[in-house]
Design a protein around this ligand. Sequence first.
Ligand code: NI
Length: 253
Amino acid sequence: MRLDLATWPEVEAYLGRSGGIVVPAGSTEQHGPMGLIGTDTICAERVATAAADLAGAMVAPTLAYTPAPFNMAFPGTISVSESLFEKLVTEILGGLASHGFDRFYFLNGHGANLAPLARVSAEFREERGTRIRIRSWWDFETVNALRREYYGEWEGMHATPSEVAITQATGRIVPPGDAASPPERLPPGYVERHAGDRHGPPAEHRRRFPDGRVGSHSALAAPEHGTSLLRAAAAAVAEDYARLMAEQGAALD
Ligand code: NI
């Protein structure tokens, strides 16, 4: 059930049986020549909503304005500071907690959200004794098996064919254009070294990755891949959410 499409009596009734809520977190940033600006937001929201349907969970409106400073040299990117994002998330969790929500499952679609979400969650758990879990939709083995099978090394790091495929499954398919040919290959270890989107300043990042793809061959995406990735991610998240709901005591993982 989507919180934004629920009425308050429906939310009150839900809280009578569950204190859990899924909070999707995306971004508003460039995703290469054929990836939509809202790619991360669309992926997080679609996976979270499908998982929540499977698990009978409530899902909050998606956090779409998040930190993406390294992509600010590409038109369309909107980046907010980590400190503002952390304050916003703190107040959102506070608002939800005041109504009785006490288990939060962040379903993430953007690497740069992970560190701020972890900081906020650690503080919140400390103060309120809640259970909080943070997962990205690509964290699950069933999802990774598909990513490897479809794209191998060409999954890369940004404007990945898997995230583009999930957006394609929602209906909009942008022809590859300049992204028809593969991007420059990333040096070994690049993805690990830059995990969590640790990239350089905007101008340098655009010079290094001129069309916005970071080692990802977006044009390998296909809508039917997107449907399968979405289904695998939603099933994995629904199972993991059920585990979170079954666990006792305060925790963050
Ligand atoms: Ni992305």
